[in-house]
Design a protein around this ligand. Structure first.
Ligand code: PRT
Ligand code: ZN
Length: 284
């Protein structure tokens, strides 16, 4: 018994998806020229597909799980379960208009022609705002549509914003914030469910590790109390005596979000020789 997981064959999510599976210990080789690859150490077959097709395969149970952008999952609106956000492939689906136009609210879009590859999500947004507009579906290079007279505005994915900028457009409204997610079929039997749960456990350990750093520092014993009060640790920080009398080494785990702020405070409290080390897996 094994499960099938669909990932993007080539494109923006391909590398990070395979890296995540490999960080989970699966031993997958890249599938640029192949349809599938078997994991070395885990009962999983990885299928390489166009990202747009992944929700349908997972709905049908042809693939038991998949890695795909939330933007695609919600646009395709298939009966699949989103079970984990994966922290890569971050972007947003936004409305953008000519940089010289003024935008106060969504009523600007009344009777406009909107070019997009996301007709379902765009329509949903327009309905929520009670706007009547014409949606013109195109499959690529949406940002060119206003310039060639195909549409007045666009609804497209944005990450840095430079594509919009280079085409004389500015972003006025975000419809959806998106990142890659793990999706699951609703047709799994108990055994498939259990295999996917094991994988999910590993995915969470890898994600947690990526968001945390192992920190070691030296401190004079009289500063210890102040320093320990600043530190969370997995349970509480480890404190070990140094060979030099009156000094200790303190070990702890800090999350990426609070990292720089905490380091400043630790230095101010008397910490020296601070080492920061990446964590490979983190099981709590
Ligand atoms: O061949 P296949 O159908 O599998 O791939 P694809 O061409 O449909 O998708 P691909 O590889 O371009 O993107 C896959 C997924 O990556 C998307 O569905 C999103 O979930 C995610 N993602 C993250 C992005 C971006 N960032 C992104 N910036 N997808 C597309 N873009 C495009 C956007 O469409 C626009 O053309 O990049 C341009 C904007 O980028 P900035 O940085 O200039 O704002
Ligand atoms: Zn696609």
């Amino acid at each position: 018994m094994s499960i099938k997981i669909a990932v993007q064959k080539s494109g923006r999510l391909n590398e990070d998806s395979i890296k995540l599976l490999n960080d989970c210990g699966l031993g997958i080789r890249n599938g640029h020229n192949q349809l599938k690859s078997n994991a070395d150490n885990f009962p999983v077959e990885v299928y390489f597909l166009r990202d747009d097709d992944i929700p349908q395969y997972v709905e049908d149970g042809v693939a038991h799980a998949g890695i795909v952008g939330e933007n695609v999952v919600f646009e395709k609106n298939k009966a699949v379960e989103v079970i984990e956000q994966l922290g890569f492939g971050k972007c947003r689906l936004s409305i953008a208009i000519d940089k010289n136009d003024q935008y106060e609210n969504a009523s600007f879009l009344h009777n406009k022609k909107i070019a997009t590859s996301y007709p379902f999500l765009t329509q949903q947004f327009l309905e929520k705002k009670s706007i009547n507009a014409e949606i013109h579906e195109i499959s690529g290079s949406v940002e060119l549509a206003p310039g060639i007279g195909l549409a007045d505005v666009v609804c497209d994915l944005v990450s840095s914003g430079s594509t919009l900028f280079m085409n004389g457009l500015h972003e006025v409204e975000t419809i959806l914030n998106s990142q890659a997610v793990l999706i699951r079929s609703k047709t799994l039997n108990q055994e498939q469910h259990d295999i996917l749960d094991q994988l999910l456990f590993r995915v969470r350990a890898v994600k947690r590790a990526k968001n945390n750093k192992y920190v070691l520092l030296n401190a004079p014993n009289e500063s210890l109390e102040k320093i320990i009060a600043l530190l969370p640790g997995m349970k509480s920080p480890t404190v070990l005596p140094l060979a030099e009398k009156g000094w200790s080494s303190v070990h702890t785990v800090l999350s990426e979000d609070e990292f720089w702020e905490k380091i400043e405070k630790l230095k101010a409290a008397g910490a020296e020789g601070i080492l920061v080390v990446p964590i490979e897996k983190m099981i709590v």
